[in-house]
Design a protein around this ligand. Structure first.
Ligand SMILES: C[S@@+](CC[C@H](N)C(=O)[O-])C[C@H]1O[C@@H](n2cnc3c(N)ncnc32)[C@H](O)[C@@H]1O
Length: 428
């Protein structure tokens, strides 16, 4: 039987690990992740754990407790005596608020932490509509958490909050559509660099799989006029036409595979789009080209029909993993020569939205193609995009760049939507 001795307020890491039934390394990880904060010895700096914090954690996850509750670590039989009670009176009653939405196992999974105010967000995903942990934020002390509102998620994606001020759509619909988008600041950097290197014959554009128009915002920012924005989803059409500035009649709810592009053939400057990324996403089922949503394999056919001067396609980095790389190479080869007479110089590059002032670490691959140019031309364009980066990973020294924007900075001054619930570990 292990005891938290009534005469001691703090335990050394070895003792805390024994009490919780986890390794010392796990405790160090939890400390760094903010899951269970250690205090520091004032003289030697060693980690110390407050007995009340351990007590609170164990109360949240009683070993051998009710059905469905899982132990934090190895099973131990514990008799806990808090410093306050000095062993003479019963331990405190558990608080009445539910500790969190999730099972202990899920809540303690470091891969899916709620967001923190002093960091950029992790990648916003359409699955945030189901409110996983990442779609929540911890308060500054780490003692409570709440959901992000759709407006806040729009801001984390680099959009103005107004983009989701619309009647008739549910929060789940809004969050799914925002989660899919390219953050407009990243799109503006990409198209800003293209505009520097490319001399347009026609300053017009077609956007396929337009979503809510994050990528299209970038093309519009360099003055390209959209002839068509096509997406299969009526929800996207509602958002695309909500207080936006596209010409009337250019937004189409249609399948890009069956769309008639003949009126645009060889007369459009840009073809761009973000085909669905779920087939390749590491958080999806990863069925790749076997997934019926995969449109990547159809892109060369659309390029062949439109014959644009330039194309820009965006997708998830999962497409460039070792397992998927052969398919990506195959897609690039077909985009380089979509017909016997058409040739494009194509290059694939990885960009992080956080480097362009978006309060979110969002890595995405971009496929750039320039008609009748060598692939090196696209490489030259990527170098320009890279030079346009304004922000940096705080762990990396990059002269002239500011640190990544944090959630706290991005949401500063906004009203608190409320809904706070108590988080799992007591605040330090
Ligand atoms: C990753 S999102 C695109 C996000 C967009 N680039 C943005 O910045 O907002 C993919 C989009 O493709 C659309 N889509 C999926 N299959 C489609 C199809 N066959 N035809 C047209 N749109 C399709 C989805 O509705 C979704 O909005």
């Amino acid at each position: 039987m292990t005891k938290l001795l009534p005469s001691r307020d703090y335990l050394q890491i070895r003792e805390a690990a024994q009490v919780l039934g986890v390794s010392e390394q796990t405790l160090r990880n939890w400390d760094r992740a903010g899951k269970l904060r250690a205090h520091r010895h004032p003289i030697n700096g060693y980690r110390l754990y407050r007995a009340t914090d351990l007590h609170a954690l164990l109360r949240e996850f009683p070993y051998g407790g009710e059905a469905g509750q899982r132990p934090v670590g190895r099973q131990l039989t514990l008799e806990l005596l808090t410093p306050e009670t000095n062993g003479s009176s019963p331990a405190q009653e558990p608080h009445s608020l539910p500790p969190s939405h999730w099972s202990a196992e899920v809540a303690l999974d470091p891969k899916h932490r709620p967001q923190r105010w002093d960091s950029p967000s992790s990648t916003v995903r359409r699955d945030w509509r189901k409110y996983p942990q990442e779609a929540h934020v911890l308060d500054r002390s780490g003692g409570a958490y709440r959901r992000f509102s759709p407006e806040e998620i729009a801001i984390l994606q680099g959009f103005p909050a107004e983009v989701v001020r619309i009647d008739g759509l549910t929060n789940r619909q809004l969050i799914a559509s925002i989660g899919d988008a390219v953050p407009p600041p990243l799109a503006r950097a990409v198209f800003g660099a293209i505009d520097e290197v490319w001399d347009w014959n026609s300053r017009t554009a077609i956007e396929i799989c337009a979503g809510i128009g994050g990528l299209a915002e970038g093309a519009a920012a360099i003055g390209l006029e959209h002839e068509a924005l096509i997406d299969i989803s009526p929800v996207c059409k509602a958002l695309l036409t909500n207080n936006r500035t596209w010409r009337a009649g250019v937004v189409h709810t249609a399948d890009v595979k069956g769309f008639d592009y003949s009126e645009f053939r060889s007369s459009v400057g840009l073809l761009s789009g973000g085909p669905p990324c779920q087939p390749w996403s590491q958080s999806g089922h990863g069925r790749g080209q076997a997934d019926e949503r995969d449109l990547l394999g159809h892109l060369d056919e659309i390029v062949r029909q439109v014959e644009p001067e330039v194309f820009v396609f965006e997708n998830v980095p999962g497409l460039a993993t070792a397992a998927n790389a052969p398919y990506l190479r195959h897609v690039v080869a077909r985009l380089s020569a979509p017909s016997p007479t058409l040739r494009y110089g194509v290059m694939v590059g990885l960009l992080n939205a956080a480097d362009f002032g978006v309060p979110q670490v969002r890595r995405r691959i971009f496929i750039l193609g320039f008609r009748d140019r060598p692939a090196a031309f696209a490489g030259h364009c990527f170098a320009r995009i890279e030079r346009a980066a304004t922000h940096r990973d705080p762990a990396l020294p990059r002269a002239g760049r500011r640190r990544w924007v944090t959630i706290g900075e991005a949401l500063e001054g906004r009203p608190d939507p409320g809904g706070w619930r108590r988080w799992i570990a007591a605040a330090a």
